[in-house]
Design a protein around this ligand. Structure first.
Ligand code: ATP
Ligand code: MG
Length: 409
Protein backbone atom coordinates (compact mmCIF):
# COMPACT_ATOMS: atom_id res chain seq x y z
CA UNK A 1 0.00 0.00 0.00
CA UNK A 2 1.33 3.39 -0.90
CA UNK A 3 0.89 5.78 1.97
CA UNK A 4 0.22 8.67 -0.41
CA UNK A 5 -3.01 6.83 -1.32
CA UNK A 6 -3.90 5.53 2.15
CA UNK A 7 -7.15 6.79 3.64
CA UNK A 8 -6.35 8.03 7.16
CA UNK A 9 -2.69 8.61 7.94
CA UNK A 10 -1.24 9.93 11.22
CA UNK A 11 -2.42 13.23 12.67
CA UNK A 12 -0.13 15.81 14.20
CA UNK A 13 -1.79 15.63 17.61
CA UNK A 14 -3.88 13.17 19.60
CA UNK A 15 -7.59 14.02 19.99
CA UNK A 16 -8.28 16.44 22.83
CA UNK A 17 -10.99 14.29 24.44
CA UNK A 18 -8.93 11.10 24.74
CA UNK A 19 -8.62 9.82 28.32
CA UNK A 20 -6.64 6.68 27.58
CA UNK A 21 -3.55 5.67 25.62
CA UNK A 22 -5.50 3.43 23.24
CA UNK A 23 -7.89 6.25 22.36
CA UNK A 24 -5.03 8.74 21.85
CA UNK A 25 -2.78 6.49 19.81
CA UNK A 26 -5.44 4.70 17.75
CA UNK A 27 -6.95 7.99 16.59
CA UNK A 28 -3.66 9.83 16.15
CA UNK A 29 -2.02 7.02 14.21
CA UNK A 30 -5.08 6.60 11.96
CA UNK A 31 -6.69 3.32 13.07
CA UNK A 32 -10.05 4.55 14.34
CA UNK A 33 -12.34 7.56 14.38
CA UNK A 34 -14.84 8.30 17.11
CA UNK A 35 -18.37 8.82 15.80
CA UNK A 36 -19.72 9.56 19.29
CA UNK A 37 -19.02 8.37 22.82
CA UNK A 38 -18.63 4.59 22.69
CA UNK A 39 -19.00 4.27 18.92
CA UNK A 40 -16.01 4.02 16.62
CA UNK A 41 -15.24 3.74 12.92
CA UNK A 42 -12.41 1.43 11.88
CA UNK A 43 -10.27 2.89 9.08
CA UNK A 44 -8.54 0.70 6.47
CA UNK A 45 -5.53 0.22 8.76
CA UNK A 46 -7.73 -0.33 11.82
CA UNK A 47 -9.79 -2.93 9.98
CA UNK A 48 -6.63 -4.79 8.98
CA UNK A 49 -5.70 -5.13 12.66
CA UNK A 50 -9.23 -6.18 13.64
CA UNK A 51 -9.30 -8.75 10.83
CA UNK A 52 -6.08 -10.29 12.12
CA UNK A 53 -7.44 -10.54 15.66
CA UNK A 54 -10.61 -12.12 14.22
CA UNK A 55 -8.52 -14.64 12.25
CA UNK A 56 -6.50 -15.77 15.26
CA UNK A 57 -9.69 -16.35 17.27
CA UNK A 58 -11.53 -17.98 14.36
CA UNK A 59 -8.70 -20.44 13.84
CA UNK A 60 -8.78 -21.53 17.48
CA UNK A 61 -12.59 -21.80 17.64
CA UNK A 62 -12.65 -23.88 14.45
CA UNK A 63 -9.89 -26.11 15.84
CA UNK A 64 -12.08 -27.15 18.80
CA UNK A 65 -15.13 -27.81 16.64
CA UNK A 66 -16.86 -24.41 16.72
CA UNK A 67 -18.95 -23.67 13.63
CA UNK A 68 -19.24 -20.08 12.52
CA UNK A 69 -22.64 -18.53 11.91
CA UNK A 70 -23.83 -14.96 11.52
CA UNK A 71 -26.87 -13.88 13.49
CA UNK A 72 -28.72 -10.60 13.09
CA UNK A 73 -28.45 -7.56 15.35
CA UNK A 74 -32.17 -6.71 15.12
CA UNK A 75 -34.17 -9.06 17.34
CA UNK A 76 -37.89 -9.57 17.95
CA UNK A 77 -39.02 -8.47 21.42
CA UNK A 78 -40.61 -11.87 22.07
CA UNK A 79 -37.27 -13.71 22.35
CA UNK A 80 -36.13 -11.29 25.04
CA UNK A 81 -39.45 -11.49 26.89
CA UNK A 82 -39.20 -15.28 26.92
CA UNK A 83 -36.01 -15.23 29.01
CA UNK A 84 -37.04 -12.33 31.22
CA UNK A 85 -34.24 -10.17 29.86
CA UNK A 86 -36.56 -7.62 28.21
CA UNK A 87 -37.31 -6.24 31.69
CA UNK A 88 -34.16 -7.20 33.60
CA UNK A 89 -31.22 -6.35 31.33
CA UNK A 90 -30.59 -2.64 31.78
CA UNK A 91 -28.11 -2.31 28.89
CA UNK A 92 -30.61 -3.64 26.32
CA UNK A 93 -31.37 -1.12 23.57
CA UNK A 94 -35.07 -1.25 22.68
CA UNK A 95 -36.52 0.06 19.45
CA UNK A 96 -40.04 1.07 18.47
CA UNK A 97 -41.14 0.49 14.90
CA UNK A 98 -43.57 2.82 13.16
CA UNK A 99 -45.74 -0.29 12.73
CA UNK A 100 -46.15 -0.53 16.50
CA UNK A 101 -43.79 -3.48 16.87
CA UNK A 102 -40.89 -3.48 19.33
CA UNK A 103 -37.40 -4.81 18.77
CA UNK A 104 -34.15 -5.22 20.67
CA UNK A 105 -30.60 -4.70 19.44
CA UNK A 106 -28.46 -7.73 20.25
CA UNK A 107 -26.42 -7.20 23.43
CA UNK A 108 -25.64 -10.95 23.43
CA UNK A 109 -27.17 -13.82 21.45
CA UNK A 110 -28.42 -16.55 23.80
CA UNK A 111 -31.96 -15.42 22.92
CA UNK A 112 -31.33 -16.07 19.23
CA UNK A 113 -28.96 -19.03 19.23
CA UNK A 114 -31.02 -21.22 21.58
CA UNK A 115 -34.21 -21.33 19.44
CA UNK A 116 -31.92 -21.69 16.40
CA UNK A 117 -30.14 -24.71 17.87
CA UNK A 118 -33.47 -26.18 19.01
CA UNK A 119 -34.27 -26.82 15.36
CA UNK A 120 -31.15 -29.00 15.07
CA UNK A 121 -31.05 -30.79 18.40
CA UNK A 122 -33.41 -33.77 18.33
CA UNK A 123 -31.32 -36.61 19.70
CA UNK A 124 -28.17 -37.06 21.81
CA UNK A 125 -26.48 -37.85 18.50
CA UNK A 126 -26.85 -34.17 17.54
CA UNK A 127 -24.70 -33.16 20.53
CA UNK A 128 -22.31 -31.60 21.29
CA UNK A 129 -22.94 -28.53 19.16
CA UNK A 130 -20.94 -25.29 19.29
CA UNK A 131 -21.96 -22.27 17.24
CA UNK A 132 -20.09 -18.98 17.24
CA UNK A 133 -20.06 -15.65 15.49
CA UNK A 134 -17.83 -12.61 15.36
CA UNK A 135 -20.23 -9.73 15.35
CA UNK A 136 -21.26 -6.34 16.74
CA UNK A 137 -23.08 -5.96 20.02
CA UNK A 138 -25.10 -2.99 21.24
CA UNK A 139 -25.25 -2.02 24.91
CA UNK A 140 -26.65 1.03 26.59
CA UNK A 141 -23.57 1.36 28.81
CA UNK A 142 -23.86 4.22 31.31
CA UNK A 143 -20.28 5.29 30.80
CA UNK A 144 -18.67 4.59 27.47
CA UNK A 145 -15.07 5.47 28.08
CA UNK A 146 -11.49 4.35 27.75
CA UNK A 147 -11.47 4.49 23.96
CA UNK A 148 -12.41 1.18 22.38
CA UNK A 149 -12.22 -0.68 25.70
CA UNK A 150 -15.87 0.09 26.49
CA UNK A 151 -18.20 0.82 23.61
CA UNK A 152 -21.93 1.13 23.18
CA UNK A 153 -21.40 -0.68 19.89
CA UNK A 154 -18.48 -3.11 19.99
CA UNK A 155 -17.45 -6.39 18.46
CA UNK A 156 -17.42 -9.73 20.22
CA UNK A 157 -16.70 -13.31 19.35
CA UNK A 158 -19.51 -15.13 21.07
CA UNK A 159 -19.76 -18.91 21.09
CA UNK A 160 -22.55 -21.05 22.54
CA UNK A 161 -22.26 -24.77 23.18
CA UNK A 162 -24.87 -27.48 23.84
CA UNK A 163 -24.12 -30.76 25.64
CA UNK A 164 -25.85 -33.95 26.64
CA UNK A 165 -24.49 -33.88 30.18
CA UNK A 166 -22.39 -31.90 32.65
CA UNK A 167 -19.35 -34.07 32.03
CA UNK A 168 -19.27 -33.31 28.33
CA UNK A 169 -19.81 -29.63 29.07
CA UNK A 170 -16.84 -29.62 31.49
CA UNK A 171 -14.65 -31.27 28.84
CA UNK A 172 -15.50 -28.63 26.28
CA UNK A 173 -15.21 -25.79 28.83
CA UNK A 174 -11.61 -26.84 29.47
CA UNK A 175 -10.92 -27.04 25.74
CA UNK A 176 -12.21 -23.51 25.23
CA UNK A 177 -10.06 -22.19 28.09
CA UNK A 178 -7.00 -23.77 26.50
CA UNK A 179 -7.94 -22.45 23.05
CA UNK A 180 -8.31 -18.94 24.50
CA UNK A 181 -4.87 -19.14 26.10
CA UNK A 182 -3.35 -20.32 22.82
CA UNK A 183 -4.98 -17.40 21.02
CA UNK A 184 -3.82 -14.83 23.61
CA UNK A 185 -0.34 -16.23 23.28
CA UNK A 186 -0.45 -15.77 19.50
CA UNK A 187 -1.26 -12.08 19.92
CA UNK A 188 1.35 -11.62 22.67
CA UNK A 189 -1.12 -10.95 25.47
CA UNK A 190 -0.75 -12.52 28.88
CA UNK A 191 -4.26 -13.18 30.18
CA UNK A 192 -4.86 -14.39 33.74
CA UNK A 193 -7.60 -16.98 34.11
CA UNK A 194 -9.66 -15.32 36.84
CA UNK A 195 -12.42 -16.77 39.00
CA UNK A 196 -15.58 -14.69 38.98
CA UNK A 197 -19.24 -15.05 39.82
CA UNK A 198 -21.43 -16.74 37.25
CA UNK A 199 -23.61 -13.70 36.66
CA UNK A 200 -27.31 -13.17 37.33
CA UNK A 201 -28.63 -16.61 36.41
CA UNK A 202 -26.07 -18.89 37.94
CA UNK A 203 -24.43 -19.51 41.29
CA UNK A 204 -21.55 -21.22 39.55
CA UNK A 205 -18.06 -19.83 39.12
CA UNK A 206 -17.22 -18.40 35.72
CA UNK A 207 -13.79 -17.54 34.41
CA UNK A 208 -12.66 -14.21 33.05
CA UNK A 209 -9.51 -13.65 31.03
CA UNK A 210 -7.86 -10.60 32.52
CA UNK A 211 -4.97 -8.58 31.13
CA UNK A 212 -3.24 -6.39 33.71
CA UNK A 213 -3.57 -2.73 32.73
CA UNK A 214 -4.47 0.47 34.56
CA UNK A 215 -6.86 1.31 31.72
CA UNK A 216 -9.07 -1.64 32.74
CA UNK A 217 -12.11 -1.44 34.99
CA UNK A 218 -11.69 -4.57 37.09
CA UNK A 219 -9.66 -5.20 40.22
CA UNK A 220 -8.17 -8.62 40.66
CA UNK A 221 -6.25 -10.42 43.39
CA UNK A 222 -3.55 -12.71 42.11
CA UNK A 223 -0.84 -14.92 43.51
CA UNK A 224 2.74 -14.13 42.44
CA UNK A 225 3.79 -17.76 43.01
CA UNK A 226 1.09 -19.68 41.11
CA UNK A 227 -1.67 -18.95 38.59
CA UNK A 228 -4.44 -18.28 41.18
CA UNK A 229 -6.41 -15.17 40.32
CA UNK A 230 -9.81 -13.94 41.46
CA UNK A 231 -12.02 -10.94 40.66
CA UNK A 232 -12.07 -8.71 43.76
CA UNK A 233 -15.88 -8.27 43.40
CA UNK A 234 -16.55 -11.83 44.55
CA UNK A 235 -13.43 -12.69 46.33
CA UNK A 236 -13.51 -14.36 49.73
CA UNK A 237 -9.88 -13.29 50.00
CA UNK A 238 -8.25 -9.90 50.44
CA UNK A 239 -4.87 -8.41 49.58
CA UNK A 240 -2.06 -9.91 51.65
CA UNK A 241 -3.93 -13.17 52.35
CA UNK A 242 -1.92 -16.27 51.66
CA UNK A 243 -2.85 -17.91 48.36
CA UNK A 244 -5.68 -20.45 48.81
CA UNK A 245 -4.21 -22.55 46.02
CA UNK A 246 -0.48 -22.88 46.69
CA UNK A 247 -0.29 -21.42 50.23
CA UNK A 248 3.03 -19.86 49.29
CA UNK A 249 2.42 -16.42 47.82
CA UNK A 250 0.64 -13.45 49.37
CA UNK A 251 -2.17 -12.12 47.19
CA UNK A 252 -1.45 -8.92 45.28
CA UNK A 253 -3.97 -6.52 43.79
CA UNK A 254 -3.94 -5.19 40.23
CA UNK A 255 -6.15 -3.33 37.79
CA UNK A 256 -7.14 -5.38 34.75
CA UNK A 257 -9.28 -5.41 31.64
CA UNK A 258 -11.50 -8.40 30.85
CA UNK A 259 -10.78 -9.52 27.31
CA UNK A 260 -12.84 -12.71 27.42
CA UNK A 261 -14.89 -15.00 29.59
CA UNK A 262 -16.47 -18.46 29.77
CA UNK A 263 -19.79 -19.25 31.48
CA UNK A 264 -21.64 -22.35 32.53
CA UNK A 265 -25.24 -21.54 31.57
CA UNK A 266 -26.68 -24.81 32.85
CA UNK A 267 -30.20 -25.36 31.48
CA UNK A 268 -31.40 -21.75 31.92
CA UNK A 269 -31.93 -21.13 28.19
CA UNK A 270 -32.84 -24.73 27.31
CA UNK A 271 -35.71 -24.33 29.77
CA UNK A 272 -36.76 -20.87 28.57
CA UNK A 273 -37.00 -22.09 24.97
CA UNK A 274 -38.12 -25.65 25.80
CA UNK A 275 -35.26 -27.41 24.08
CA UNK A 276 -35.45 -31.19 24.50
CA UNK A 277 -33.56 -34.07 22.97
CA UNK A 278 -33.99 -37.81 23.22
CA UNK A 279 -31.28 -39.41 25.36
CA UNK A 280 -29.69 -42.82 24.65
CA UNK A 281 -32.14 -44.49 27.09
CA UNK A 282 -35.13 -42.96 25.33
CA UNK A 283 -35.80 -40.30 27.99
CA UNK A 284 -36.33 -36.60 27.18
CA UNK A 285 -33.54 -34.33 28.42
CA UNK A 286 -32.54 -30.69 28.20
CA UNK A 287 -29.08 -29.76 26.92
CA UNK A 288 -26.52 -28.08 29.20
CA UNK A 289 -25.25 -24.85 27.66
CA UNK A 290 -22.05 -22.84 27.88
CA UNK A 291 -21.22 -19.42 26.46
CA UNK A 292 -17.85 -18.00 25.65
CA UNK A 293 -17.29 -14.32 24.95
CA UNK A 294 -14.25 -12.51 23.64
CA UNK A 295 -14.17 -8.76 23.02
CA UNK A 296 -12.31 -8.37 19.74
CA UNK A 297 -12.39 -4.57 19.62
CA UNK A 298 -11.52 -4.31 23.32
CA UNK A 299 -8.60 -6.67 22.65
CA UNK A 300 -7.26 -4.27 20.01
CA UNK A 301 -7.37 -1.47 22.60
CA UNK A 302 -5.75 -3.59 25.29
CA UNK A 303 -2.90 -4.50 22.94
CA UNK A 304 -2.19 -0.79 22.48
CA UNK A 305 -2.39 -0.16 26.25
CA UNK A 306 0.17 -2.93 26.80
CA UNK A 307 2.44 -2.38 23.84
CA UNK A 308 3.51 1.18 23.13
CA UNK A 309 6.24 3.66 23.99
CA UNK A 310 6.50 7.46 23.96
CA UNK A 311 6.71 7.38 20.15
CA UNK A 312 3.65 5.29 19.43
CA UNK A 313 2.18 1.81 19.08
CA UNK A 314 4.29 -1.38 18.91
CA UNK A 315 2.04 -4.02 17.26
CA UNK A 316 2.75 -7.71 17.85
CA UNK A 317 3.63 -9.19 14.44
CA UNK A 318 0.50 -11.39 14.38
CA UNK A 319 -1.90 -8.43 14.40
CA UNK A 320 0.15 -5.63 12.83
CA UNK A 321 -1.63 -3.87 9.94
CA UNK A 322 1.47 -4.41 7.78
CA UNK A 323 4.63 -6.43 8.32
CA UNK A 324 6.88 -3.68 7.06
CA UNK A 325 6.91 0.04 6.57
CA UNK A 326 9.20 1.08 3.75
CA UNK A 327 10.39 4.67 4.12
CA UNK A 328 11.85 6.15 0.97
CA UNK A 329 13.78 9.39 1.24
CA UNK A 330 14.42 11.91 -1.55
CA UNK A 331 16.49 10.53 -4.39
CA UNK A 332 15.73 6.85 -3.65
CA UNK A 333 12.25 6.66 -5.21
CA UNK A 334 13.26 4.27 -7.97
CA UNK A 335 15.10 1.94 -5.64
CA UNK A 336 12.08 1.99 -3.33
CA UNK A 337 9.74 1.11 -6.19
CA UNK A 338 11.90 -1.90 -7.10
CA UNK A 339 12.10 -3.08 -3.51
CA UNK A 340 8.37 -2.55 -2.96
CA UNK A 341 7.57 -4.65 -6.04
CA UNK A 342 9.95 -7.40 -4.95
CA UNK A 343 8.59 -7.52 -1.41
CA UNK A 344 4.93 -7.49 -2.37
CA UNK A 345 5.57 -10.14 -5.02
CA UNK A 346 7.12 -12.30 -2.29
CA UNK A 347 3.87 -11.94 -0.34
CA UNK A 348 5.01 -9.39 2.25
CA UNK A 349 2.48 -6.84 3.53
CA UNK A 350 4.23 -3.54 2.92
CA UNK A 351 3.21 0.01 3.69
CA UNK A 352 5.37 2.27 1.52
CA UNK A 353 5.74 5.82 2.79
CA UNK A 354 6.12 7.42 -0.63
CA UNK A 355 4.71 10.76 0.55
CA UNK A 356 6.38 14.05 -0.11
CA UNK A 357 7.22 14.61 3.56
CA UNK A 358 10.38 15.30 5.55
CA UNK A 359 12.47 12.36 6.82
CA UNK A 360 11.63 13.41 10.39
CA UNK A 361 7.88 13.27 9.74
CA UNK A 362 8.17 9.90 7.97
CA UNK A 363 10.19 8.35 10.79
CA UNK A 364 7.87 9.75 13.46
CA UNK A 365 4.80 8.44 11.62
CA UNK A 366 6.38 5.00 11.15
CA UNK A 367 6.96 4.82 14.91
CA UNK A 368 3.46 6.07 15.68
CA UNK A 369 1.80 3.47 13.43
CA UNK A 370 3.94 0.80 15.03
CA UNK A 371 4.56 -1.69 12.23
CA UNK A 372 7.13 -4.30 13.46
CA UNK A 373 9.87 -3.58 10.90
CA UNK A 374 11.00 -0.32 9.30
CA UNK A 375 13.02 -0.34 6.09
CA UNK A 376 14.71 2.82 4.83
CA UNK A 377 16.14 3.49 1.40
CA UNK A 378 17.94 6.76 0.76
CA UNK A 379 20.91 8.16 -1.14
CA UNK A 380 22.93 7.26 1.96
CA UNK A 381 21.96 3.58 1.99
CA UNK A 382 23.05 3.26 -1.67
CA UNK A 383 21.86 -0.03 -3.14
CA UNK A 384 21.35 -1.44 0.36
CA UNK A 385 18.40 -1.20 2.70
CA UNK A 386 18.36 -0.15 6.33
CA UNK A 387 16.41 -2.56 8.57
CA UNK A 388 15.21 -1.58 12.03
CA UNK A 389 12.76 -3.34 14.33
CA UNK A 390 10.14 -1.03 15.87
CA UNK A 391 10.97 -2.24 19.35
CA UNK A 392 14.72 -1.64 19.08
CA UNK A 393 17.13 1.16 18.14
CA UNK A 394 19.59 -1.10 16.33
CA UNK A 395 19.85 -0.69 12.56
CA UNK A 396 21.39 -3.05 9.99
CA UNK A 397 22.30 -2.48 6.36
CA UNK A 398 21.11 -5.38 4.21
CA UNK A 399 20.82 -6.27 0.55
CA UNK A 400 17.31 -6.73 -0.87
CA UNK A 401 17.95 -10.47 -0.94
CA UNK A 402 18.93 -10.48 2.73
CA UNK A 403 15.73 -8.60 3.56
CA UNK A 404 13.67 -11.25 1.76
CA UNK A 405 15.57 -14.06 3.48
CA UNK A 406 15.13 -12.47 6.87
CA UNK A 407 11.38 -12.11 6.28
CA UNK A 408 10.93 -15.71 5.30
CA UNK A 409 13.06 -17.06 8.16
P1 ATP B 1 -17.73 -6.03 31.42
O1 ATP B 1 -17.72 -6.55 32.84
O2 ATP B 1 -16.42 -5.48 30.99
O3 ATP B 1 -18.90 -5.13 31.17
P2 ATP B 1 -19.27 -8.25 30.56
O4 ATP B 1 -19.22 -9.09 31.77
O5 ATP B 1 -20.46 -7.42 30.32
O6 ATP B 1 -17.95 -7.33 30.52
P3 ATP B 1 -19.80 -10.12 28.41
O7 ATP B 1 -21.17 -9.63 28.30
O8 ATP B 1 -19.68 -11.53 28.80
O9 ATP B 1 -18.90 -9.19 29.33
O10 ATP B 1 -19.01 -9.87 27.05
C1 ATP B 1 -17.93 -10.69 26.62
C2 ATP B 1 -16.69 -9.85 26.32
O11 ATP B 1 -17.03 -8.71 25.52
C3 ATP B 1 -16.04 -9.24 27.57
O12 ATP B 1 -15.15 -10.16 28.14
C4 ATP B 1 -15.31 -8.04 26.98
O13 ATP B 1 -14.06 -8.44 26.44
C5 ATP B 1 -16.22 -7.61 25.86
N1 ATP B 1 -17.07 -6.46 26.25
C6 ATP B 1 -18.13 -6.45 27.10
N2 ATP B 1 -18.69 -5.25 27.18
C7 ATP B 1 -17.98 -4.46 26.32
C8 ATP B 1 -18.10 -3.10 25.92
N3 ATP B 1 -19.05 -2.31 26.40
N4 ATP B 1 -17.20 -2.62 25.01
C9 ATP B 1 -16.24 -3.41 24.51
N5 ATP B 1 -16.08 -4.69 24.84
C10 ATP B 1 -16.94 -5.22 25.72
MG1 MG C 1 -20.90 -5.47 30.89
Amino acid sequence: MKMSRLAFTPLKNPPANADTINHQLLVQAGFVRQLMAGVYIYTPMGLRVLNKIRSVIREEMNAIGGQEVLMPSLHPKQNWVQTGAWDSVDVLFKLDSRTGKEYALGQSHEEIVTPLAKEMIKSYKDLPLALYQIHWKFRDELRAKSGILRGREFEMKDMYSFHENQEDFERFYEEVKKAYLRAYDKIDLVAKVTEASGGGFSNKISYEFMVLTDAGEDDIYYCPSCEFCVNSEIAKQKVGDSCPKCNEGELLEARASEVGNVFDLGTKYSKDFEVFYVYADGSKQQPIMGCYGWGTTRTMGVIVEKSHDERGIIWPASVAPYQLVLVSLAGAEQQAQGLYDQLTKAGAEVLWDDRDESPGKKFADADLIGVPVRLVVSEKTGDKVEWKNRASDKTELLTAKQVLDKLSS
